[in-house]
Ligand binder design. Structure first.
Ligand SMILES: [Zn+2]
Length: 341
């Protein structure tokens, strides 16, 4: 298997690397939508982060990566076993699963294992991409070009955290909670609002414009491709430090305080921007809390709101016929007003 570029060595994609660390601390924030130029290392960053995260404990032999610590959300197979006993567990790396645009529904949700059925006469279910992505990342390049029926399916599964399959005389249920990472260029096709809503954060990635930064990006990429093992060894300590930071932040998360003042700031900001529903505020709250936890704070501060608001809100703004400013500019403007008040 090809070696992964070390997360700590990624430069010039600050919003992207921040967003995926924040959702790694609290996956309930939802997915990350990556907008922008081709060839800016979007999938590299996701793979690098998954590679950095500590392995997960799963029920031994379970193809659905069931979490032994969540007995309420087990697959049909694990649920049918002796519930009172502690199931044996094994460690597996955090998965990054690619969902190609042309994928069939069978491939995504799983289907009857035809080979087994024909060769051995056994009716068994072959897990799909949703099962493989459980507790990891599901990556969709050009998500705005995804077929409508797959979009519907993803919206359902992302909302319920469960994949329910009933077909070919088989009935099966398994957990499917993953961080959806979608890349796309909105100019090449609009995203449906329901799917857009599933992305907690959105980031814009661009080819770095600063010369020194471009040079550094190329220098590191070249060093990695010439000798991946040596390059990884060189970055191992920095990577480990980042891993520890995320692990500690996950533990700290529940204890991070959010004051009424801060919640009011979030509400005022969303009100001013006219975001639909309360999901924007909820996402903003979770994202600021995860960032505070990452930075080792015990309380969410306005500076956390300042950092996360553009990422959490930009993609939720409706077009305003009276204001043709870019969504990012509108968020900035409202932030300044709300924080100055
Ligand atoms: Zn299971």
């Amino acid at each position: 298997m090809a070696l992964t570029f070390p997360f700590a060595a990624i430069v010039g994609q600050d919003d992207m690397t921040l967003a995926i660390q924040v959702v790694a601390v609290d996956p309930t924030i939802g997915g990350v939508l990556v907008l922008g130029d081709r060839g800016t290392g979007k999938s590299t960053a996701v793979r690098a982060l998954a590679d950095l995260l500590p392995p997960i404990e799963v029920v031994s032999g379970c193809a659905y990566r069931c979490d032994p610590k969540r007995p309420a959300g087990l697959c049909t197979r694990c649920d049918g076993g002796a519930k009172s006993r502690k199931p044996p567990t094994e460690s597996r790396p955090v998965a990054v699963v690619d969902l190609p645009l042309g994928a069939t529904e069978d491939r995504v949700v799983g289907a009857l294992d035809l080979e087994k059925a024909l060769a051995q006469g056994i009716k068994e279910f072959a897990p799909g991409l949703l099962a493989q992505a459980h507790r990891g990342f599901l990556y969709i390049d050009e998500v705005n070009l995804l077929d409508d029926h797959l979009v519907d399916l993803l919206i359902d599964v992302a909302a319920s955290g469960e994949n329910l399959v009933e077909r070919e005389g088989l009935s099966l249920r398994h957990p499917a909670r993953f961080v959806l990472v979608g890349s796309g260029n909105p100019e090449e096709g609009e995203l449906r609002p329901q799917l857009l809503d599933r992305f907690g954060l959105a980031v814009q990635v661009r080819t770095p414009q600063e010369l020194a930064l471009r040079v550094e990006v190329v220098r590191r990429r070249d060093a990695f491709e010439r000798d991946p093992e040596a390059f990884r060894a060189q970055w191992q300590d920095a990577n480990l430090a980042l891993q520890q930071r995320i692990v500690k932040a996950r533990k700290r998360l529940a204890a991070v305080q959010v004051s009424d003042e801060l919640l009011t700031l979030c509400a005022r900001l969303c009100q001013q921007l006219g975001t639909d529903g309360l999901r924007a505020e909820l996402t903003l709250l979770r994202a600021t809390r995860a960032l505070a936890a990452l930075q080792g704070h015990r309380e969410v501060k306005p500076e956390h709101l300042r950092t996360m608001a553009p990422l959490a809100l930009r993609h939720r703004l409706r077009r305003n016929p009276l204001d043709d400013a870019d969504a990012g500019v509108r968020v900035e403007r409202s932030l300044q007003e709300v924080l100055a008040a």
